[in-house]
Design a binder for this molecule. Structure first.
Ligand code: AMP
Length: 172
C-alpha cells in the first residue's frame, strides 16, 4: 500500500482553487503500482460472486476494467450524458456548482447480477450516490461500492446508503 501511495501525485488547486487533487495517472503508469492496485481491488471481491463491475466515467473505467477482468465479471460504463448509443436511464445529481447527469444503458444490469460500482476517488459521494441509484433502479441481487482512494475529511461515506458494503484501498 505504501508503494501505491508513493506513486500517487498530489496536485494543488486542480481543477479549482483549494482542491488538493489526488492524481492516479502516476500510479497507473507504474507497472508495479498498477499490478498491486488491480490485485488488491480484486482480493476484496474474490468470493462474492460478482457478475458486473460498473465503472464511473472516466477515471473509474481504469480500475473498474481491471477489477472486472480479474473477477471474470463483465464491465459496464456509467457515462456522462449523450455518450451511450442505446436506450438509457439517467440520474441528475447536485455538484458544488449546479447539477450533473450520469447515464447507463437500460439493459446493462439484470435481476441476477451481483454488482460492484467502482470509482477512483470518494470525495463528497454525490457521484457515487447517483450511480448507485441508477444501478438500484435495475434491481440487481446485490450492490457493492468500491474506491481506490477515500478522502475521509469530506465524509463522503455518510452520503452513501448505510446498508451497502463500501471498501477503499487507501484513505487520506
Ligand atoms: P464526489 O462526487 O464529490 O464524491 O466526487 C467524486 C468524483 O470527483 C470522482 O469521480 C473523482 O474522480 C473526482 N474527485 C473529486 N475530488 C477529487 C480529488 N480531490 N482528487 C481526485 N479526484 C477527485
Amino acid at each position: 500500500m505504501e508503494y501505491i501511495k508513493s506513486k500517487i501525485r498530489d496536485v494543488q488547486d486542480f481543477p479549482t482553487k483549494g482542491v488538493l487533487f489526488k492524481d492516479l495517472t502516476t500510479a497507473f503508469k507504474d507497472p508495479r503500482a498498477l499490478h498491486i492496485i488491480g490485485w488488491d481491488l480484486s482480493q476484496l471481491y474474490r468470493d462474492k460472486g460478482v457478475t458486473k463491475v460498473v465503472g464511473i466515467e472516466s477515471r473509474g473505467f481504469i480500475g473498474g476494467s481491471i477489477l472486472a477482468f480479474e473477477l471474470g465479471a463483465g464491465f459496464v460504463p456509467a457515462r456522462k450524458p449523450g455518450k451511450l448509443p442505446a436506450d438509457t436511464v439517467r440520474q441528475e445529481y447536485a455538484k458544488e456548482y449546479g447539477t450533473d447527469v450520469i447515464e447507463m444503458h437500460r439493459d446493462a444490469i439484470g435481476p441476477d447480477d451481483i454488482v460492484v460500482i467502482h470509482d477512483d476517488v470518494l470525495a463528497t459521494g454525490g457521484t457515487m450516490v447517483a450511480a448507485y441509484n441508477l444501478v438500484k433502479s435495475m434491481n440487481p441481487k446485490k450492490i457493492y461500492i468500491n474506491f481506490i482512494i477515500e478522502l475521509t475529511a469530506l465524509n463522503g461515506r455518510a452520503a452513501l446508503p448505510a446498508d451497502v458494503d463500501v471498501t477503499s484501498l487507501i484513505s487520506y
